[in-house]
Design a protein around this ligand. Structure first.
Ligand SMILES: CN1c2c(nc(N)[nH]c2=O)NC[C@@H]1CNc1ccc(C(=O)N[C@@H](CCC(=O)N[C@@H](CCC(=O)N[C@@H](CCC(=O)O)C(=O)O)C(=O)O)C(=O)O)cc1
Ligand SMILES: N[C@@H](CCS)C(=O)O
Ligand SMILES: [Zn+2]
Length: 762
């Protein structure tokens, strides 16, 4: 019998129950045991849901209160010294201190660095290790969650992050070799596996997602060494899970690792099927990832079934498992809860629950004729989508065909533009600005919720937003910021807001996906050709500019980021969809310019995240991604200053492309890494202006101006001071007003200090 399994399930809950529980706990309004009760209720509900949908085996330890990499670091006692006292005194507070920083009781610690989980919009916390790092099994979370599932009657398979990927996803603070720590890590993994065996686990899913990346000979040696060492310990059988891409050149040696099975992603990399099955050890189980865990489209079962049948013939049902391509963490939970989607679009979608049901249909189709009806329904859905007039719009295709090379080039080069912009804007040295959003307080979100449920009229909602914007503009003037923003109070999310105003996008009501910790997003679904029926942001920017004589930045989300943070159609290349979005944004940029907005920021925080995981595919992506950015912005006159913003980006290896975007000013996240990210700009002699973030907005901690001056001094020591702007790392939407006010006052003070120190002026 073929087994239907799953690699991981969303943790947050359909109504974001985990978010509410976490935030209540952090506010001190709920106890730790109330938080843990919500967590165990969610686990139970999700295991039940998966079983009802048809899963034979459910994952456990895929749940996390914040992040699964942080859980692993915490479990292995990889806790940097600055958190140790907190963690020893109270493990839960210590755990959250690593995630969010902590200020109080005479302690002031910043959080671990956060970065993107491969090419997803999920963020993990980067474990901090050092040369003398030791490990021990500090907690038994995987065992506890396995026993919890077992007690409730579920056949569960614990999921753990493999030792080599754990080290490769970590950083050492002293520059020492991460993999040199492997020998100290292996005994702890052996102990954990032994405990899981004792608890009754037959199998463990050991995730080694780094196996789909380019791995050098040291990495290969590390996998060999780790799995040989774990081969002879008392342990459950090991399913080595790979996802987000192909094993490619790594396959030849992965198949000789002493494990018991392999999971492969056949959605991202269907081409690896033959090579894998040909080289598979005769003892190994093979788990086929045939349903897309990263997107929301229903699977073309007629395409998948022949593949599964071939595998069945080759290795037999006993050794065959069916699963989603990767953990379902990246998709919403249940499409049947969506009551307002257009009927056509609704029928084309599968969320986590439906994906497991699709796998059930495939498994049933292998063993009986019972699946005929389900297969026929699936077939009708595929053809309705393929032939829908809502998907294909001839006017969009025609406009795309007419683009020429001039459309993606500014009129003059940067030096000329800089001079006219400076004449127009007359900014001081070290100009201060923010990244766009100001606190999205409970009142702001509540007003929007009331407006959307018709409890607040459009006029009253607008009046409310105007008052918020006005207050925000006044505040920025009062504290002396130079380039102002309107605050983005009208936006639910920087991508969803634009999607809502563009043709070709659909929206969910409960399609929440975890972004980091308690923060979620509702990615829009791009199902058809994209068009802008009317201006999207001009009225708000015009209104905000009318409130001040200082320059007001127009604020847009860039084409690559809209693409990357949406569920994207899979029936045409991503580049084609991105160009359509870029053209829609180009119209918006020109409308903003015509409305008198002299500074326009087009955020592209997802540019790097969109990089293919294999280097040999980078150039193609970077060429179209940067071209799309320029297509969106290059229609403007020289005197219009174009800003861009990127957070969580490692720039070293993409500097050519960042420069090719040719933004007049780029703001980047640098504070958590102590300005390390600036190195790339320095090495490349980046010519345009840069705003290195001087404080971390992901933490409620308020930095002192001296800290920011120190960071700026580091920047000045390597870059031309005339190039530098002063701004936070990212937008302030997640912060409260008290800490925002306090931090920005300190930031303006830091800029003034720098003007004084460097130019002897104030
Ligand atoms: C910059 N980031 C973003 C990423 N991806 C995006 N798509 N958007 C981003 O901004 N990726 C990288 C980073 C990740 N960072 C963040 C930061 C913050 C959030 C966040 O705050 N998310 C919110 C949800 C945002 C939203 O859609 N809000 C809606 C609905 C609000 C709501 O819950 N309303 C309540 C009533 C309100 C109340 O009473 O308080 C309701 O409807 O019941 C809105 O504002 O209208 C979050 O809550 O997690 C995400 C990623
Ligand atoms: N303008 C956005 C960018 C976030 S990456 C904001 O300020 O929230
Ligand atoms: Zn940002």
């Amino acid at each position: 019998m073929t087994t239907l399994t799953n690699l991981g399930f969303p943790r947050i809950g359909v109504k974001r129950e985990l978010k509410q529980a976490l935030e209540s706990f952090w506010r001190g309004e709920a106890t730790a045991s109330e938080l843990q009760d919500t967590a165990s209720a969610l686990r139970k509900r999700h295991w039940q849901l998966q079983r009802e949908a048809g899963a034979d085996v459910v994952p456990c330890n895929d749940f996390s209160l914040y992040d699964h990499v942080l859980d692993t670091a915490f479990m292995l006692d990889a806790i940097p010294d600055r958190y140790r006292a907190l963690a020893d005194a109270n493990p839960l507070s210590g755990y959250f201190a690593l995630a969010r920083g902590f200020q109080g009781d005479g302690i002031d610690v910043h959080a671990l660095e956060m970065t993107k989980w491969f090419d997803t919009n999920y963020h993990y916390l980067v474990p901090e290790l050092h040369e003398n790092q030791t490990f021990r099994l500090r907690s038994d979370k995987p065992v506890a969650e396995f026993l919890e599932a077992k007690k409730l009657g579920f056949k569960a398979r614990p999921v753990i992050v493999g030792p080599v990927s754990f080290l490769l996803l970590s950083k050492t603070v002293d520059g020492s070799d991460r993999l040199a720590l492997l020998d100290r890590l292996i005994p702890v993994y052996a102990e954990l596996l032994g405990k899981l065996k004792d608890a009754g686990a037959d199998w463990v899913q050991i995730d080694e997602p780094c196996l789909v990346l380019d791995q050098d000979s040291d990495d290969q040696a590390a996998y060999r060494h780790a799995y040989r060492a774990l081969a002879n310990v008392k342990r459950p059988s090991l399913l080595l899970a790979t996802y987000f891409g192909a094993l490619e050149d790594n396959l030849s040696w992965v198949t000789s690792l002493p494990v018991d099975g392999l999971h492969i992603d056949l959605v991202r990399a269907p081409e690896q099927f033959d090579a894998v099955i040909d080289s598979l050890s005769s003892q190994w189980v093979l788990s086929l990832g045939i349903v897309d865990g990263r997107n929301v489209w229903r699977t073309d079962l007629d395409r998948v079934l022949p593949l599964v049948k071939r595998a069945h013939q080759r290795i037999g049902g006993e050794r065959l498992q069916l699963a989603p391509s990767c953990s379902l963490l990246h998709v919403p939970i249940d499409v049947t809860l969506e009551k307002a989607l257009p009927a056509g679009v609704y029928s084309w979608l599968a969320f986590a629950r439906q994906k497991i049901e699709e796998l059930r249909t495939v498994a049933d189709a292998l063993s009986s004729a019972n699946a005929l009806h389900a297969l026929e329904t699936a077939r009708l859905r595929q053809s309705s989508r393929k032939n829908s007039p809502d998907v294909h719009r001839p006017d969009v295709a025609k406009r795309l065909a007419q683009i020429d090379g001039h459309a993606s080039r500014r009129m003059s080069d940067y030096t000329q533009r800089r001079a006219v912009q400076q004449q127009r804007l007359r900014l001081p040295a070290f100009p201060t600005t923010t990244i766009g959003s100001f606190p999205q307080t409970h009142e702001v979100r509540e007003a929007r919720a009331k407006y959307k449920s018709n409890k607040l009229s459009a006029a009253d909602y607008e009046t409310f937003l105007q008052a918020e914007t006005q207050r925000c503009v006044r505040f920025q003037e009062d504290i002396g910021l130079d380039v102002l923003v309107h605050g983005e109070f009208e936006r639910n999310d920087m991508v969803e807001y634009f999607g809502e105003q563009l043709d070709g996008f659909a929206f969910t009501k409960l399609g929440w996906v975890q972004s980091y910790g308690s923060r979620c997003v509702k990615p829009p679904i791009i199902y058809g050709d994209v068009r802008r029926p009317s201006p999207m942001t001009v009225a708000w920017s015009r209104y905000a500019q009318s409130l001040t004589r200082r320059p007001m930045k127009g604020m847009l989300t860039g084409p690559v980021t809209v693409l990357q943070w949406s569920f994207v159609r899979d029936d045409q290349p991503r580049a084609a969809t991105c160009r359509q979005i870029a053209l829609a944004l180009r119209d918006e940029v020109l409308d903003l310019e015509a409305a008198g907005i002299g500074v326009i920021q087009i955020d592209e925080p997802a540019l790097r995240e969109g990089l293919p995981l294999r280097r040999n595919q980078w150039n193609t992506y970077l060429d179209w991604a940067t071209e799309c950015f320029r297509l969106a912005v290059c229609g403007v006159r020289d005197e219009t200053q174009i800003h861009t913003h990127m957070c969580y980006s490692e720039f070293n290896d993409i500097m050519d492309s960042v420069a090719a975007m040719d933004a007049d000013v780029i703001s980047i996240e640098t504070s958590r890494s102590n300005m390390e990210l600036l190195d790339a700009f320095v090495k490349f002699r980046y010519p345009n202006d840069i705003g290195p973030g001087v404080y971390d907005i992901h933490s409620p901690r308020v930095p002192r101006s001296a800290e920011m001056t120190q960071l700026l001094a580091r920047a000045v020591s390597v870059l031309n001071p005339n190039q530098l702007w002063v701004n936070p790392d990212c937008g302030l939407k997640t912060r409260g007003w008290p800490e925002t006010r306090a931090a920005l006052v300190q930031m303006v003070e830091a800029a003034q200090a720098m003007r004084h120190i460097v130019f002897e002026s104030v």
